[in-house]
Design a binder for this molecule. Structure first.
Ligand SMILES: C[S@@+](CC[C@H](N)C(=O)[O-])C[C@H]1O[C@@H](n2cnc3c(N)ncnc32)[C@H](O)[C@@H]1O
Length: 469
């Protein structure tokens, strides 16, 4: 948290937002590319900064100490009985309280390439299919047509219901009960989001949860079929499951698993551990990708997602996420309408603009309906640049059209920034307040990420350099 705050503070003071001067201040550049469809990549621009990893070894115990609370101890003891030695007394890892709550720490120096934890799929993991020892309830369920999250939620909830089996009870008991899920944001909190796309996605996922209540409620034993139990199971699998390729009687296919122990690792954009399924051992393995010091908290990466996806799946917003994006137009028609209003371009060649956007879209396999966004590094959706460039007068050179297109994107970002109820600086000050709820705190972090994307684009002179390189 410290990192993002200091960086935002610096940038918020540093970069003046002067929309009026944008057109005039952009440098002239020489184009070498042919106009229309050959803008590189989906987003266009240059990365501007890179975060330095800060190692936090602030576990509440040292390597000789106990392994977290009683539930964590029971989990570690079960894992070591299952031959997953990572967390046993002689193992290389321990559970402790880290920078983001409970996490995993190195007990000793770990060298690159060392496998630190190995989880048998058959005996330890929970998979989105029923494993060899079917119970009667499992056999009675026809889950073949269900999507993976319904299957995995059913597997987890049946594990909870199965009191006769202690096999994975230690794991189930160690799972968190409370989760910061945007689906349960109150109406007043929803208003604080300030950005429409996330609100829309939350509504969509609420429907998904409601459908799951009906389906799993009808299929599962009463003791685990309540909406509250189903919510818990879905929260758990969305925030802790891994997708791997596992042979299922034939060729490897996508399988979702809950991997006890591995799922205790918190996320970092610069992790020291990789995870992989090893077909020769049948295990899901954690391996060091760099030298790790004793008592250092170890991280994995949860993936390349924007902050919307992080918040929806994991309930947090990563610090300084280079993959965050901010929607600036819902679709092409909105973009063209805006351009016509802003620059009086109603005489522009709209069919040509659509064609340019679509050609760029097809070339990059982007879904037609996808919104138009800017990236955290000052990049712009290349379909948008192509469309806007096509609206510029035909007699202008290709350079001039591209330059005006990029300027239009920058001006849109400025306009959006100015239309928001709070500025970056105000959000930063709000975050300093001790009385914020967890939900509001994460919402403010989320909207600051979006504003940083807009701001990076609004000042991104590099856009021009990259377009014409
Ligand atoms: C796979 S679990 C990791 C272990 C978890 N801390 C635990 O106690 O079980 C994922 C959850 O950990 C928390 N988390 C992981 N990485 C985080 C990070 N970088 N910042 C904030 N919270 C994080 C979030 O609550 C997330 O939903």
């Amino acid at each position: 948290m410290q990192l993002i705050l200091s960086r935002v503070a610096h940038r918020a003071h540093d970069i003046p937002l002067e929309s009026a001067s944008l057109r005039a201040s952009v440098p002239k550049v020489k184009a070498q590319r042919t106009f229309q469809t050959n803008i590189p990549g989906h987003f266009v621009g240059l990365p501007r900064h890179r975060k330095t990893r800060v190692i936090a070894s602030n576990a509440n115990q040292n390597s000789q100490g106990s392994l977290g609370d009683d539930k964590d101890k029971a989990l570690c003891s079960w894992l070591s009985q299952c031959d997953a030695h990572g967390f046993s007394k002689g193992g290389k890892l321990y559970v402790g309280e880290g920078k983001h709550g409970r996490g995993v720490f190195a007990r000793q120096i770990i060298r690159p390439g060392e496998t630190v934890l190995s989880i048998s799929l058959e005996n330890v993991a929970l998979m989105d299919r029923f494993q060899s020892s079917h119970t009667a309830v499992e056999s009675a369920l026809d889950v073949s047509s269900w999507t993976w999250y319904l299957r995995l939620a059913a597997v987890l909830l049946l594990q909870v219901a199965d009191e006769s089996s202690a096999s994975r009870a230690a794991y189930v008991n160690s799972l968190p009960n409370d989760f910061c899920n945007p689906l349960r944001f109150k109406a007043s909190e929803m208003r604080e989001i300030q950005f429409k796309p996330l609100r829309k996605e939350i509504e969509g996922i609420r429907e998904l949860y409601e459908d799951a209540h009906v389906l799993l409620g009808a299929a599962l034993p009463e003791s685990v079929g309540s909406p509250a139990s189903v919510n818990w199971a879905l929260d758990t699998i969305f925030s802790r499951s891994f997708k791997i390729q596992v042979p299922d009687g034939g060729a490897p296919s996508d399988t979702r698993i809950l991997a006890p122990g591995v799922d205790l690792c918190n996320h970092s954009m610069e992790p020291q551990l990789d995870y992989n399924y090893n077909p020769s051992t049948g295990c899901f393995e954690l391996t060091a990708s760099e030298l790790i010091e004793a008592d250092e908290e170890v991280y994995i990466t949860y993936g390349v997602y924007n902050n919307d996806q992080y918040l929806l799946s994991y309930g947090f917003v990563p610090e300084d996420n280079p993959h965050d994006t901010c929607v600036i137009f819902d679709d092409l028609e909105e973009a063209l309408d805006w351009h016509s209003w802003r620059y009086d371009s109603s005489e522009g060649d709209w069919p040509f603009a659509r064609e340019c956007a679509q050609t760029n879209m097809k070339e990059q396999s982007i879904h037609a309906d996808r919104e138009y966004s800017v990236g955290r590094d000052g990049t712009v959706d290349s379909r948008l640049l192509a469309a806007f460039a096509a609206l510029e007068p035909a007699e202008d050179s290709e350079d001039e059209r591209m330059e005006q297109a990029a300027l239009a994107c920058m001006e849109r970002c400025v306009e959006l920034l100015e239309s928001l109820p709070t500025t970056l600086q105000e959000d930063l000050e709000l975050l300093g307040s001790a009385s914020l709820s967890k939900a509001v705190r994460v919402i403010i972090q989320f909207r600051m990420g979006k504003k940083l994307c807009l701001k990076e684009c609004a000042v991104a002179e590099e856009i021009f350099e990259l377009i014409v390189e």
